[in-house]
Design a protein around this ligand. Sequence first.
Ligand SMILES: *Cc1c(COP(=O)(O)O)cnc(C)c1O
Length: 384
Amino acid sequence: MTLMNTYGTRTTTLVKGEGPYLWDNEGHRYLDALSGIAVCGLGYNYPALTQAICAQSQKLLHCSNLYVIEEQVALGQALVEVSGMDKAFFCNSGAEANEAALKIARKFGNDKGIALPHVITAHNSFHGRTMATLSASGNTKIQKGFGPLVESFTHVDYNSIAAIEAAATPNTVAVLVEPIQGEGGIKIPDANYLPALRALCDAKGWLLMLDEIQTGNGRTGRYFAFQHTGIKPDVVTTAKGLGNGVPIGACLAKGAAAEVLQQGNHGTTFGGNPLACAAGLAVVKALTEGNLMARVTSLGERIKHNLSEGLRNNPKVAEVRGCGLLIGVELKEDCGGLVEAAKQQGLLINVTAGNTLRLLPPFILSDEQADEITSKLVALINAF
Ligand SMILES: *Cc1c(COP(=O)(O)O)cnc(C)c1O
């Protein structure tokens, strides 16, 4: 095998998708409740996106950030409007979007005369696999073997303002958290967590930075999950769903944070290229011009309700929780075996944090397709 073993042995070869369905190379069809891990919210072969990509590929794929890129300007404008942030920087992945955020935090500190700026992040968090983002992540599994880590992160309990206050030092410049922890097992904080964090950051002069790589782009029923709360962060990062499969990430910033990076401070060859931004624009349009995000909310309620009902008497189920189409079923034991069992029944799911079944279905499901997901899962979990 000529591929590095980073993903272990994989047994299924997917070759084609249409709507919420995928096909393998033996012709089996799967209903997708994973969306390429929160990427393909519009499902597969979404006509407006496919057309935008085809048209852009005939016009201009790439030209470098030495030139004005119309599609990048337009996508920046669209994201600023939908988020209430001020400025955008484009890159190619979630980890890179968080790298940009962390560079903003460091330089924000340096500019204030803090030579050793320090960022507070949460236990059980996931921010990516580059050196800085794996160091920021509160997950020793992804750090093991890669020391020395990038310094000056302090990890504290998620959903605790007191823990953040206790970790503060004169060198603290920013707090970086997920509005809902995704990889960590769909952990939803108290409704007051982000507002209280906003107030604390304001009082201390820190940047509030939200990692919405997974929760952004309509996944929770709002464009960004922070929009459920009424507060705005200083920095928000996103990626996964933004290109619906075309690699793109973005770091959005507001106020002083939007002015930290100046000419020569940061950059990337591919970031914000015409193809990726044409795709991103088609995605933002699809999400904002129709009722798709309201549909995410109602589909999410339907799925959660059906799962809660179907699993009500199952003593192995700890909790069904979620927001929009980011849904977790926490079991009281490891449930990795459910992934293969579901696949045998033509359903693609994921298990994260060992014991939490994670559903991230595409937004374009019909009610019948949503019900097929829940009835299959209820039967599988109750037989598990
Ligand atoms: C997936 C994810 C990342 C990393 O994104 P990549 O594109 O894989 O680098 C970072 N943060 C969160 C919350 C994620 O879900």
